[in-house]
Ligand binder design. Structure first.
Ligand code: GMT
Length: 376
């Protein structure tokens, strides 16, 4: 198949999912065309069958907001015309699904070959952005105009159906991980960079948006480290990084907390960790949690979110109510103190991840969905 992919190229779950999918599809012999305004975050090495098409948006004094969506739509139509795309796969509904609709209308007007449009819903495009009244109608229109819809969890599919009153099928295709990269590792030397031999290593990875509740991460860690020797490594950056840094100082945790910023090879840190924290307010799936599990790291996260499709409560982690940092810390302390149970959780983390979410399995689900949309 010839597949065009558009995503947000910055560090963030939807861009990572789109990039990993594109890489895997190209490895399976499909021709993949990325159409974005910058090289996607994890597209850091050459891959046969994979091409990148940059989208330029010219600034002009009259434009208060340069019309990126128009140049993106035009580029999608151009790439589709030149390479005869079978599929235009949009990651994140806004504005990508709308742009794909516009591109298809342009192709229709020119009598060109028409690609099928598939939109994958990732979470905040629906739960936060899509339900903002000013985006509601255009998001609903764009979702309904797509030939195929997928969501990264049942939780998100149900939420979308309810919020947007969508009665067409939303296929659930979970996030996946690259099983060659995200594997348990001993990493004795690297671990020394972050923690002493008798200290537990706790990790959090996110884009530091308010929805991630980074201050809860600090509260959980503060409680754990008041009982057990522990260090915290924070990976990623975003709107709440400055606030988090200030809080670390205020709580006198500076000698126990390391901010690493964005990392393209996050597995290097995950493989050294004993526990991963994801106390998000909302989480449609929780890709960072899956990558931690795949590296054999138990996860403490929030219940009533998509994390319940990723973490098996009491088997490879714990899911607790949003904001209940005491319960999260207590579960963390009990698990870290019990070395036999901790080992069992670590083993279950890696084995359940590979069984349920390997790229091999999930990419096949996307391929099958593409075929159904093309021929169904
Ligand atoms: O986590 C974020 O806020 C980034 C966001 C994105 O779209 O880049 O992530 C969303 O998509 C990921 C990939 O499908 C999911 O694993 C995340 O759970 C989801 N984030 C939220 O729902 C908050």
């Amino acid at each position: 198949m010839v597949i065009g992919i558009t995503c947000y190229p910055v560090a963030g779950g939807s861009g990572i999912v789109a990039t990993e999918l594109g890489l895997q599809l190209a490895q399976r012999g499909h021709q993949v065309h990325f159409i974005t305004y910058a090289m996607p975050f994890r597209l850091d090495e050459y891959q046969t069958n994979l091409m990148y098409h940059g989208v330029e948006t010219t600034a002009y004094p009259l434009f208060k907001f340069p019309p990126y969506t128009l140049t993106l739509s035009a580029k999608m139509a151009e790439v589709s015309r030149n390479f005869k795309l079978d599929i235009l796969h949009m990651h994140y509904a806004i504005p990508h699904a709308t742009c794909a609709y516009l591109a298809r209308e342009m192709l229709k007007a020119g009598g060109d070959h028409l690609p099928k449009i598939i939109t994958t819903l990732h979470g905040t495009d629906i739960t936060l952005v899509g339900s903002d009244p000013s985006y509601y109608d255009i998001t609903k229109f764009s979702i309904l105009s797509s030939d195929g819809l997928t969501a990264v969890s049942k939780y998100l599919a149900d939420e979308t159906a309810e919020v947007f009153k969508v009665d067409k099928e939303i296929r659930v295709i979970h996030n996946s991980f690259d099983e060659k990269r995200f594997v348990p590792g001993s990493c004795v030397d690297r671990r020394r960079e972050f923690a002493g031999p008798d200290e537990y290593l706790i990790v959090h990875v996110s884009n530091f948006r308010p929805v991630k509740r980074t201050l809860d991460v600090l509260s959980i860690f503060e409680k754990i480290s008041s009982v057990l020797p522990a260090r915290l490594v924070l990976v990623g950056e975003g709107p709440e990084t400055v606030l988090s840094r200030r809080q670390v100082k205020k709580r006198q945790l500076s000698d126990k907390v390391t901010f690493l910023g964005n990392q393209t090879r996050v597995e290097a840190v995950l493989q050294c960790a004993d526990l991963f924290l994801m106390p998000s307010e909302e989480e449609s799936f929780g890709l960072a949690a899956l990558e931690a599990l795949a590296c054999g790291v138990p996860v403490i996260g929030t219940s009533n979110t998509g994390l319940s499709e990723v973490v098996s409560d009491g088997e490879n982690g714990f899911l607790l109510s949003v904001g209940d940092t005491s319960a999260m810390a207590n579960e963390g302390i009990a698990l870290l103190k019990d070395s036999i149970r901790l080992k069992e959780f670590k083993e279950a983390a890696a084995s359940l991840a590979i069984r349920r979410f390997s790229a091999k399995k999930i990419v096949t689900e996307y391929e099958q969905f593409y075929q159904e949309i093309l021929h169904g």
